[in-house]
Design a protein around this ligand. Structure first.
Ligand code: ZN
Length: 274
């Protein structure tokens, strides 16, 4: 349904924009005024905005492509991609608003109000549509790339050969108790890569609460851990239990998941890194 709405709104925009652009001349205007100065200024502001917007987006991609290492790239995309694109889009839209008002031939006080209103409304509609795309559709694309980056074989600095990603069971031997507790409690995932020739170990940390899952209700990539409560602390002899509360940022769907905590001796360590 949302998809349909976005499509329709986009179509409407495409139809309305040219109409607006060409409906400026009013032949009944009694006193012709000179708008060349304003038009030139509006054009220049539009061009500057577009240049800055493109530079923001370009700057992001240049920074990304010069970032070395799969894990570093992963973190960079996770942290900055959507926000950078969003900032670029806002600047581009502001440019568009000026451009739409850069060919004025006549203007009455009423028309000024109408123009301001229509320009702001159109700008907002475009912004909302793009924001929706970035928030709900774009994450699928990001997710695919993040997965590739996360599971791309790491190269051992010792031998230059590909290392092996250890399984959940195998990796426990290399994670200290604090890390293991953290894996349980804070939706943190550690990946352990091992160079089987030399025994060299590389540990990477992935923060689960920064990273959304696919919502079982609406299927958007907007399902996140919002709260975690420890029901029972694990002791040296007994396992513990934690309840993870998930909520969808799009449809609001909520779910609880109970996770058994392994027997642990030093759970307190885990609280240090949230
Ligand atoms: Zn949902």
């Amino acid at each position: 349904m949302n998809k349909e709405f976005v499509k329709r709104a986009a179509m409407l925009m495409l139809m309305l924009l040219p109409t607006l652009a060409f409906s400026q001349a009013d032949p009944d205007d009694p006193q012709p005024q000179d708008f060349t100065q304003w038009n030139a200024m509006a054009t220049n502001i539009a061009l500057v905005c577009w240049a800055v917007g493109l530079l923001v987006a370009l700057g992001y991609y240049v920074k990304l492509s010069t970032t070395k290492g799969s894990k570093e790239k992963y973190d960079f995309i996770n942290k900055f991609e959507i926000n950078s694109l969003w900032v670029a889009v806002i600047i581009l839209i502001i440019g568009g608003c000026f451009f739409a008002n850069s060919a004025i031939t006549s203007l009455t006080p009423v028309m000024i109000g109408v123009r301001l209103f229509v320009t702001a409304a159109m700008g907002l509609i475009v912004a909302v549509i793009i924001q929706n795309l970035l928030k709900f559709y774009y994450p699928f694309y990001i997710e695919k790339r993040l997965k590739v980056l996360r599971y791309q074989p790491r190269i051992s600095p010792k031998t230059g050969k590909a290392m092996k990603l250890l399984s959940e069971e195998e990796e426990d031997a290399y994670l200290d108790e604090g890390m293991q507790a953290e894996e349980n409690v804070f939706s943190v995932d550690y990946d352990v890569w091992k160079d089987e020739e030399t025994g060299y170990i590389q540990i990477e940390k992935y923060a689960g609460h920064l990273h959304a899952l696919q919502c079982p209700e609406c299927n958007y990539q907007t399902f996140k851990v919002v709260k975690e409560e420890i029901v029972k602390q694990p002791s040296e002899t007994e396992t513990g239990e934690i309840i993870k509360h998930y909520q969808c940022g799009y449809c609001g769907y909520k779910a609880k998941k109970s996770v058994i905590l392994k027997q642990q001796t030093k759970v307190e360590q885990s609280t240090a890194t949230a």
